[in-house]
Design a protein around this ligand. Structure first.
Ligand code: MRU
Length: 308
């Protein structure tokens, strides 16, 4: 109902996935304006700015949140006569642009994959994580619309986005999927069943280094070892041109209690947990980054620059 509710929903991951977080935050700004503009016409912009600062603190890694807030801030600076109409239109445009980008990336990614026996994906990158259709899952939807290919999804511990969301979304589409424990990925690749790993992204640096769900880096290392190609699918709203490399990406650490329930009969005083929920895959391990503006093969700063 209001920006605080949106902020809480993002922080507690009831809304999650980089593009969905950005779009939700944009609608959060609209809700803020709907509340404050009629109630305090003199200071409503200050109140909305406070809500935007609150939304910006909800999660740190997905840059889409900050890109969307910057877009809404620019819209706020431009408007005069009909602020509520203009702000809602801006949020709806962000939302619609994301859906269109996903469809375009789906086609580009499917073209690149061509014939393949199997695709492994990680986390959840479908309609639930975006404005609609999906990034990596959008590519998988497009590929499976063209040809038969085996789809594997990693569970994605500790939140199980793969098991709980990706499998469900694929089933809604009638797409057959095989769930694997994250730790089975090496053995699966060794079997020769997988030609491509296809994942989304939460923030991509100017040199192509990519932050995504924890476990993505491990998959990229394994893919290199087994001669499997590695595709990152993300709209350009996920690229942070202000940072040169992945070293500058803040990696969210979540509560140890997300992991500790798996430990039985262990004194709390003797066990702690380290719970980074994203990692950074170096660009040199990435075969291609697929965006709505085109595909960057062998990403480097120079190759990424062609998207600008
Ligand atoms: O912690 P989450 O569930 O928000 O993480 C989501 C991911 O890491 C996705 O892979 C990423 O946002 C790309 S979604 C289109």
């Amino acid at each position: 109902d209001d920006a605080a509710g949106v902020s809480e929903a993002i922080a507690t991951m009831r809304v999650r996935g980089a593009p969905a977080i950005g779009i939700a935050a944009a609608y959060g700004v609209v809700l803020s304006a709907y509340r404050h503009y009629p109630a305090s016409p003199d200071v409503w912009r200050d109140k909305v700015a406070e809500d935007m600062a609150m939304l910006a603190k909800s999660r740190p890694t997905a840059v889409n949140l900050f890109t969307a807030l910057a877009t809404m801030e620019a819209a706020l600076d431009r408007i005069s006569e009909q602020p509520l109409v203009d702000l809602l239109a801006c949020a709806e445009r962000l939302h619609a642009d994301d859906v269109a980008a996903n469809h375009r990336m789906g086609e580009l990614g499917a073209d690149l994959i061509g014939q393949a026996r199997g695709i492994l994906t990680h986390c959840n990158t479908g309609a639930l994580a975006t404005g609609g259709y999906g990034t990596a899952l959008g590519v998988i939807r497009s590929v499976t619309g063209r040809q038969a290919v085996a789809v594997y999804a990693g569970e994605t511990r500790p939140w199980l986005q793969g098991a709980r969301l990706t499998v469900w979304e694929l089933a809604q589409e009638g797409i057959q999927v095989t769930l694997i424990a994250d730790s089975a990925a090496a053995w699966l690749m060794k079997s020769g069943a997988v030609d491509w790993v296809v994942v989304g992204a939460d923030r991509i640096a100017a040199n192509g280094d990519t932050a995504n769900k924890i476990g993505t880096y491990a998959l990229a290392v394994l893919a290199r070892q087994h001669g499997v190609k590695f595709m990152v699918v993300a709209p350009t709203t996920t690229i942070d041109w202000s940072i040169q490399s992945g070293e500058q990406i803040e990696i969210e650490q979540r509560d140890a209690r997300e992991l500790l329930p798996a430990c039985y009969h262990t004194p709390e005083s003797l066990v702690s947990a380290w719970n980074p929920v994203f990692d950074v895959t170096p660009a040199e391990l990435i075969t291609a980054i697929v965006t709505e503006l085109g595909v960057v093969m062998n990403p480097t700063e120079a190759n990424m620059g062609k998207l600008k």
